[in-house]
Write a protein that binds this ligand. Structure first.
Ligand SMILES: CC(C)(COP(=O)(O)OP(=O)(O)OC[C@H]1O[C@@H](n2cnc3c(N)ncnc32)[C@H](O)[C@@H]1OP(=O)(O)O)[C@@H](O)C(=O)NCCC(=O)NCCS
Length: 205
């Protein structure tokens, strides 16, 4: 393939771009210490939910990372599945030194592509940065339309009684909006009682 002159140039350009702007790949266990640091530094400023080492190990296959040419972490993000059609884009973080260079959008695009490949039709996110998600093709939605399971992590959020995150969703298939309004399937309550947090005034950053 690389013998084809045009193709070789294209591949070289892509590789040079990735070296300069970050290569996006699936996360591995060795990425976890740096991912913990990145996510939990932002979480300490109440910009996103904290993650534990156990959670990241359990969920490592959900994550993609962006790394520089030395292999240092520049960003990460995950896709977590809730129903056969719905997933949450979560723990999206770009290192402060690499923001506003398009990396967040590239991580998002990779996760959306993965969502399409497994048949997800609605990707939702909770955020304080609606402008970024608008750029990524998301729109504002009613938080109450999301599956109750999506609120599981909120139980340990310090803002449980005044949730100020904004719910947004990207619809990946025609008519996918209908999944937000659909009745949730009845399931045995094996995960304990789930309740929505109390809503506060949305915070925009
Ligand atoms: C939100 C975040 C992931 C964006 O990553 P990023 O790599 O800086 O984003 P991009 O460079 O791809 O931004 C693309 C566009 O989104 C918009 N955007 C990005 N960050 C923004 C911000 N803080 N405020 C308003 N608009 C923003 C801009 O329109 C931007 O284009 P521009 O730079 O040409 O104006 C990053 O700032 C971050 O990690 N924040 C802390 C954690 C967080 O809030 N995560 C998201 C929700 S869980």
């Amino acid at each position: 393939m690389r013998n084809h002159p045009g193709h070789a140039v294209e591949v070289d350009e892509i590789m040079a771009h990735e070296a300069d702007h970050g290569l996006i790949r699936q996360a591995t266990l060795s990425d976890i210490p740096a991912m913990l640091q990145l996510v939990n530094d932002y979480a300490a400023n109440e910009v996103m939910l904290p993650r534990t080492e156990v959670e990241l190990c359990e969920r490592v296959r959900d994550f993609v990372v962006a790394v520089d040419k030395d292999g240092d972490l520049l960003g990460c993000g995950a896709l977590q599945f809730y129903t056969p059609r719905m997933a949450e884009l979560r723990s999206l973080a770009v290192a402060p030194s690499s923001t506003r260079s398009g990396l967040g959008l590239r991580i998002c695009a990779e996760l959306m592509q993965q969502a399409r490949e497994v048949g997800v039709e609605v990707v939702f996110a909770f955020t304080y940065v609606p402008k970024f998600f608008e750029k990524a093709g998301f729109q504002l939605i009613d938080r109450a339309a999301l599956p109750l399971k999506a609120w599981r992590d909120c139980l340990r959020c310090p803002k449980f009684h005044a949730c100020d995150e904004i719910a947004m969703a990207a619809f990946l298939a025609p008519g996918a909006e209908a999944h937000l309004a659909a009745e949730p399937p009845s399931e045995p309550n094996v995960e304990g009682p789930l309740v929505m947090p109390t809503m506060g005034k949305p915070r925009v950053m």
